[in-house]
Design a protein around this ligand. Structure first.
Ligand SMILES: Cc1cc2nc3c(=O)[nH]c(=O)nc-3n(C[C@H](O)[C@H](O)[C@H](O)COP(=O)(O)O)c2cc1C
Length: 331
């Protein structure tokens, strides 16, 4: 069974992917409750952290109940990355993850995120320096390569392992692909099949059903799956995958009561954590999925996603429970 450093994980663990403005403490806690084995924070700027930028620092908060949790940081400057490791350590995460995969222009143009895929030597030396700077396990999340002509992930993974990286999550797309096309898991399987590799290799990209997770495990032989979009507004995804692995059948989808309860707790945790205004605003993106598939739901969804005050959103949840409490969801 895979281990990240000393952290023992179950067979084929499911990891919650780092997602900006999504993977915050309330959402991570819900995913953990529903079976995520490791959760990651959204990416945090090393430059922001060393300037003590409030927004970056707040992203370091973790709840005890979500462990094991990895804090993900990004940057391309050695000094800033090392200083931010020291800041991150104070929050007591179980893992520090380096983002070498973010494709967005403002990150890539500074040589960070997927930008570093153009300078593999720097990627390796940054990782090495960070490994040497902390006792916490360092993991890496990256993509296949910069573009389809420069996929060297087998060699890159080996070099990262050699400098002490404890696990690698690989999104099966190149930077140039951004989120287009289908994720290609074949190069990830090549990394895993390399006889020299002994650290866990987690696959990422397009796992949106229990069948896809099973395919990643059985056909591609990877050590675990990192799950992003399929979990947004649907933390039950982790439990459903595990149920499928165990029984070969699909779990019954969550009832309306479970959905309303999760939405309520999500909003309440978000408010407790970041205050009324931000809590209300940043939880909105989850509701569409929480309540997907209900006919004539627009009025209620609109109330949830346009109300500025939590009292109105909570009221919408009560109304939904009253009106649609018996609705039967199909998986
Ligand atoms: C809204 C959103 C925000 C994301 N933010 C991050 C991030 O902060 N760090 C990171 O490494 N990847 C980030 N990603 C990429 C995901 O972690 C993941 O690699 C990608 O979504 C593919 O996995 P999926 O098909 O399971 O969603 C983000 C993706 C989405 C959709």
């Amino acid at each position: 069974m895979p281990k990240i450093g000393d952290i023992q994980l179950p067979d084929f663990p499911l990891l919650l992917a780092p997602m900006e403005d999504v993977s915050d403490p309330p959402f991570r806690a819900l995913c953990k409750e529903q079976g995520a084995d490791v959760v990651y924070t959204e990416f945090i700027s090393s430059e922001g952290l060393i300037r003590d930028a409030a927004k970056s620092v707040m992203k370091l908060d973790i709840y005890e109940k979500e462990r094991p949790v990895g804090i993900q940081i990004f940057g391309a400057n050695l000094e800033s990355m090392l200083q931010s490791v020291e800041i991150v350590e104070k929050s007591g995460p179980d893992i520090i993850d380096i983002n070498f995969g973010c494709p967005v222009k403002k990150v890539v143009s500074k040589g960070a995120g997927a930008g570093i895929l153009k300078d593999i030597d720097l990627m390796v030396s940054l990782t090495k320096a960070m490994v040497e700077h902390t006792k916490l396990p360092i993991t890496v999340k990256t993509r296949l390569g910069w573009d389809s002509d420069s996929i060297k992930i087998v060699e890159v993974a080996e070099r990262l392992q050699d400098v002490g990286c404890k696990a690698i999550s690989i999104h099966g797309r190149t930077r140039v692909q951004m989120y287009k096309g289908e994720a290609d898991w074949r190069p990830i399987a090549e990394v895993k099949n390399n006889q020299r590799m002994h650290i866990p290799i987690f696959g990422n990209g397009d796992v949106d059903s229990p069948e896809m997770a099973m395919k990643m495990r059985d056909e591609y032989g990877l050590d675990g799956a990192m799950i992003g979009r399929a979990s947004i507004g649907y933390p039950w995804f982790f439990k459903e995958v595990k149920h499928y692995f165990k029984t070969g059948t699909h779990a019954a989808p969550p009832t309306m009561e479970e959905r309303v309860d999760a939405a309520r707790r999500h909003l309440q945790m978000a408010i407790d954590w970041k205050g009324e205004q931000l809590g209300v605003f940043e939880t909105r993106r989850h509701y569409t999925n929480y309540f997907k598939g209900i006919p004539n739901f627009k009025e209620y969804r609109m109330k949830m996603v346009t109300s500025d005050h939590s009292v109105d959103v909570f009221e919408a949840f009560d109304e939904v429970m009253e009106k649609f409490g018996d609705f039967e969801f199909v998986s």
